[in-house]
Design a protein around this ligand. Sequence first.
Ligand code: NCD
Length: 296
Amino acid sequence: MNLLSINDLSNEKIFRILDEAQVIQEQRHPPFLDLTAALLFYEPSTRTKMSFEMACKKSGVDLLTFTPETSSVTKGESLYDTVKTMEAIGADFVVIRHHKERYYEELMNLSIPVINAGDGTGEHPTQSLLDLLTIQQEFGSFEGLQVVICGDILHSRVARSNAYALERLGAKVLLVSKPEWQDHSLSFDYISMNEAVEIADVLMLLRVQKERHEEYKDDQHYLKHYGLTVEREKLMKPNAIIMHPAPINRGMEIDSSLVECKRSRIFKQMTNGVAVRQAIIHACLNKGGISYDLTH
Ligand code: NCD
């Protein structure tokens, strides 16, 4: 099974992956897979790539390392031919991050699963699943939760995957964004940051995607109008949590002193990423005696 969009997964399948990740995290080791994966990252990554590497190591998956700059990508080789090469030399699955939105549409003629680790401004389903696990661990369910996603909505693949999934799972999703970065193809209401901090159970901050548009230079101005300042944090509900997929522009999306504050779950999200990706690998490969089959 491929995992290309969060919409590939029914609610039931999402819950099965979250349950499996929870079991893995509670030290019931998953079966050793004895497989080989190729991680093809055409865009920079720290967390997602390292987290997949860790998930693979913990699940008995060997890694083929690939760096576009030193590969035949520099000779003009296409994504399709690169991935077919991985398949031909024996990779059992590929994990791909690529700057092109929906790059995976050109990869349908493959016999090995593709896991999308981010397609341009499109989607980031594995980030969404680790965010969902973090929220579920905190609140037990999604029903009736107020989740406010704040920031560069238009250019953030994390926004899209999370908004789709959270709404389906029963959360009330609201957005905060500078007018230029609002995405009106999403059917959610926009509110101000001042309103957001007062009503949110989950305040999900997003990185300003400086590499995807003209750089927004005035970090202080952004923080004051659209970011989480020290003053705003004080207005949050007692049990509300702060999330951010990272990397963080400290002093822009969030005051640096809040990154590790009591209600921040930012590093917890990273920790959860490993177990979630182990569960995703098991699900996509449908291997190793895991107690479910996501293919039907
Ligand atoms: C995100 C990404 O690359 O989409 N990072 C991540 O995977 N944790 C968020 C971002 O870069 O803003």
